[in-house]
Design a protein around this ligand. Structure first.
Ligand code: PEP
Length: 245
């Protein structure tokens, strides 16, 4: 199974989102065997879900709180994402880790909360440039995946996103992607067991474009892409969906 997920981050108005969805649906219908997702900002979840869910495109939140409800001003909960039509939730995106202090301990709670509310967690992991330069890439990925020792197995997608490749136009080279994805698979096998690991797709994210995606899809253990910048253009995103099919 291949997966292509758009991460809109903090972009698009309701008018722009509607135009995007109509344009995308006019360009492509996801092939069976390809999962297509869109992660809009919270304010657009219901709108986007109403426009694309019936066409088989899955909607993801970009984050959620681990508690179901309560006095957490500015936060949104897992059941609220479900209520807005979400299928899943991005967890641990590097921008959340970097700018909002998201920790592995908090992420373990969020993964369990997502399962409790029948949402698919798309867990994002990746090393910074300083960590790669210090030869710590695999240690960092291992640490970020160690939350699975606490959560145990469950429905999960993982995205490998080297922080230095996100939004920079500089994507990781094929050998770097191959090494990271093979390591992630081995860690998933170790934490979840081979059978549970086998159904977890590992996506690549970081400056994916229609120019770079075919080569990435040819790398073992690359099951698709988590796409930021290129996902704001329906033409480019539709092209990525076609390439994955
Ligand atoms: C992302 O936001 O997850 C991402 C990979 O962004 P970009 O494609 O712009 O690098």
């Amino acid at each position: 199974m291949r997966c292509v997920v758009a991460n809109w981050k903090m972009n698009l108005s309701s008018v722009e989102a509607k135009a995007f969805c109509e344009d995308l649906l006019g360009r492509c219908a996801p092939e069976s065997g390809t999962e297509v997702g869109i992660a809009p900002p919270f304010t657009l979840l219901s709108l986007v879900s109403g426009l694309v869910s019936a066409k088989g495109i899955k909607v993801f939140g970009q984050n959620a709180h681990a508690e179901a409800k309560g006095a957490f001003t500015g936060e949104v909960s897992m059941p609220q994402l479900r209520d807005a039509g979400c299928f899943g939730v991005l967890l641990g995106h590097s921008e959340r880790r970097q700018f909002f202090g998201e920790t592995d301990a908090a992420l373990a709670k969020k993964v369990k909360a997502a399962w409790q509310w029948d949402l698919l967690p798309l867990l994002c992991i990746g090393e910074s440039l300083a960590q790669r330069d210090a030869g710590q890439t695999l240690a960092v990925l291992g640490q970020q995946l160690s939350i699975l020792a606490e959560t145990g197995p469950g429905p999960l997608w993982v995205a490998y996103e080297p922080v230095w490749a996100i939004g920079t136009g500089r994507r990781a080279e094929a050998p770097q992607v191959r090494e990271a994805h093979a390591f992630i698979r081995a860690e998933l096998n170790r934490h979840l067991g081979a059978a549970a690991s086998a159904i977890v797709p590992i996506l690549y994210g970081g400056s994916v474009t229609p120019e770079s995606f075919p080569e990435l899809l040819g790398i073992p253990e690359v099951a698709g892409g988590l796409v930021g910048g290129a996902s704001l253009d329906p033409k480019k995103f539709a092209e990525l969906v076609k390439q994955a099919g």
